[in-house]
Design a protein around this ligand. Structure first.
Ligand SMILES: Cc1ncc(COP(=O)(O)O)c(C=O)c1O
Length: 353
């Protein structure tokens, strides 16, 4: 079976260099916010052509702390796309604020920017825009601060100055995946980054002086060392993902694909099928594994039911029809051929063509 993702292949490639770095960390005896973290933050900022970057414990924390640093707090509203990973919404809820789900575009699966003004109220404090599956989203034209959720989009955001903050996740399956949890915020606003640095360590400004109420959002030195081995390879990995997706799309132009753009980094290569389970079963019969990201829109999640003001039909249609195909940089050419051949032999409804 061709897997949707196989992290062990990258793990084996990076193991030797990583082992050396871990040995150095062990000998140094600095395990949190030490030289590996500082170097990674400098390298990430340079990669993003931004003045500064700060690492945190996860992508969800990156969103939460970006919003907290922008002043979002209890009772405020934050507009989020209704079709996304739940952490986009839970990061807002963690601040006591209300995530307000807004529908997505039918062709991109990204937030429909034209709906932002309609969802805005006197309590709206920010908008979170998600670049879903790695496809860069259009930002709404608004005077509200925008936080970009680029958890799935490392390499797809080419300008880190257009929004207040860009939040990344290093969850292991991400394009730049970690060996545990991690996240980062990139911003051109140095004050925002310095506020997040304080919020990352219990709101502490000097040793045992706490000027903000916060908690622990640190990332480990080991994680930073791992990410430093990967960052220089990210552009090559993303190019390989793009090649894989283009191959599938060329082999099966009759499928209902997510829209694309030259900057799409294909964290996931996704199409839609109105007969999803039949389509997935037909691919499985041809030795191709698939996954569903995500089977429910935020509007359909029991935990968020009390925040829902109206249906989000496009989000709910994506949730009913989306199918993720195998797409990761370490796929072999034979595996890619196998997936392409299976797609070209099927109708979008799963019947043989
Ligand atoms: C779109 C999106 N936002 C936020 C997150 C949260 O990232 P993490 O799992 O690192 O907290 C994820 C990943 O899980 C994600 O895919």
């Amino acid at each position: 079976m061709v897997p949707v993702v196989d992290l062990s292949r990258r793990g084996r490639q990076q193991a030797a260099e990583f082992a050396q770095r871990v040995a150095q960390i062990a000998e140094r005896g600095v395990y949190l916010i030490g030289p590996e973290t500082e170097s990674f933050e400098t390298e990430l900022a340079a990669w993003a052509e931004a003045p500064d970057a700060v690492t945190v414990s996860s992508g969800a924390s990156a969103l939460q702390l970006s919003l907290a640093a922008l002043g979002v707090g209890p009772g405020d509203e934050v507009i989020v796309p209704s079709f996304t990973a739940v952490p986009t919404a839970s990061a807002v809820a963690a601040l006591g604020a209300v995530p307000v789900p807004v529908d997505v575009e039918p062709h991109t699966a990204n937030l429909d920017p034209s709906l932002v003004a309609l969802a805005r109220t006197a309590r709206t404090k920010a908008v979170v825009v998600v670049h879903l599956y790695g496809l860069p989203a259009s930002l709404p034209v608004t005077d509200l601060p925008i936080v970009e959720d680029a958890a799935q989009a490392q390499g797809a955001v080419t300008d880190h100055a257009r929004s207040a903050a860009v939040a990344y996740s290093f969850y292991p399956t991400k394009n730049l995946g970690g060996i545990g949890d991690g996240g980062a915020i990139v911003s051109h606003d140095r004050e925002l980054i310095s506020t997040i640095r304080r919020l990352r360590v219990h709101g502490m400004t000097q040793h045992y002086v706490h000027e903000s109420v916060s908690q622990n959002f640190r990332m480990s030195e080991i994680e930073a060392a791992w990410l430093r081995t990967g960052l220089p390879k990210l552009a090559t990995w993303n190019a390989r993902r793009r090649d894989i997706a283009h191959r599938y799309r060329e082999a099966a132009p009759h499928m209902n694909w997510q829209a694309t753009s030259p900057d799409h980094v294909y964290h996931l290569c996704v199409l839609r099928s109105t007969e999803r389970e039949r389509f997935r079963a037909a691919l499985a019969e041809r030795g191709v594994a698939t996954a569903v990201h995500y089977p429910r829109a935020i509007t359909q999640q029991p935990a968020y039911a009390d925040r829902v003001r109206g249906g989000c039909p496009q989000s709910e249609a994506w949730a009913a029809e989306c199918v993720s195909l195998p797409c990761f940089a370490e796929m072999t050419d034979d595996e890619i051929d196998q997936v392409a051949a299976a797609l070209s032999a099927l109708h979008p409804n799963g019947a043989s063509s």
